[in-house]
Design a protein around this ligand. Structure first.
Ligand code: HPA
Length: 276
């Protein structure tokens, strides 16, 4: 019998559900480069290594852990995904978004995605936190290709990919915390190369404010499943050609780590805001 992606989702979700022992996460949080330590804030954590979940892969990128951590955050049951399956690692878009489908299957109704990104808008220097208002999926891939999975439709609407109410809540929390929070359009490219200056000029003309190599697959699946999505980029560097510095993953990690606490406070504050 051939196995389908629907089977893969079911198998992974059954394994995670069994490991959670009755805990039902409401909010799923994807931790991008440098944000892994948000898992330390989870109360009564249940840690599920990726090796224990069928279909999950061990991360190959420094700065990405490989575990799900579920428990409480700000009084809300959450599940955190510490480590992504990037398409540039050779994964299909379906595999890249498998954890999102698992979270939806477990009943989570909200997805918070974080990532590291290059700043295209000149005002978005390293260390800027940018709420994602919309995205350009320029990866050339889509996690909804192929079979239509149970609970999804063939042609999901993407008019409001990033929830307006969650964005308003994030701005309120940021003001309360004294954190500057920008907002802009995230362009997702396949990677793994950083962009050329010509590509950045192209992206700028297309309306992108930031550029990265993730997030679009997860948001697409979440919307197809009717989850609300909040996306936050840490701008770790000026995109290629905007400054004269060359791109390096070490610099990306450094800056991401430098603002990780601020981002962790913001995400925690938003989750707390969901409980009231
Ligand atoms: N480009 C693409 N992805 C990134 C960048 C960038 O400049 N910085 C961090 N992730």
């Amino acid at each position: 019998m051939s196995t389908t992606h629907a089977d893969a989702v079911t198998r992974a979700a059954d394994t995670v559900r069994a490991a959670l022992g009755g805990l039902q996460p409401r909010v799923a949080i994807v931790l991008g480069s440098g944000l892994g330590q948000l898992t330390d804030r989870v109360t009564n954590p249940v840690r599920i290594p990726y090796g224990a979940v069928p279909g999950f892969h061990l991360p190959t990128v420094p700065g990405h852990q490989g575990e799900l951590v579920a428990g409480g955050l700000g009084g809300v049951p959450v599940i955190m995904q510490s480590g992504r399956f990037h398409m540039y690692e050779g994964h299909t878009a379906q595999v890249s978004a498998l954890p999102t489908r698992v979270f939806a299957t477990l009943g989570a109704d909200t997805l918070i995605v974080t990532n590291a990104a290059g700043g295209i808008r000149r005002a978005f220097g390293p260390g800027t936190l940018m709420l994602i208002s919309d995205h350009l999926n320029l990866t050339g891939r889509n996690p909804l290709e192929g079979e239509v999975l149970l609970g999804e439709t063939r042609f999901p609407d993407m008019t409001v990919a990033y929830d307006a109410g969650l964005r308003a809540l994030a701005h309120l929390v940021a003001i309360k915390q004294g954190t500057a929070l920008a907002e802009g359009v995230y362009a997702a490219l396949l990677g793994p190369t950083y962009e050329t200056p010509a590509e950045i000029r192209m992206l700028e003309r297309l309306g992108a404010d930031a550029v990265g190599m993730s997030t679009a697959p997860e948001t697409i699946v979440a919307r197809a499943r009717g989850m609300r999505v909040l996306g936050i980029s840490t701008i770790t560097n000026a995109a290629a050609g905007i400054s004269h510095e060359l791109m390096s993953h070490a610099d990306v990690m450094d800056v991401a780590n430098r603002v990780a606490d601020k981002l962790a406070n913001l995400v925690t504050g938003v989750v707390e805001g969901l409980s009231s």
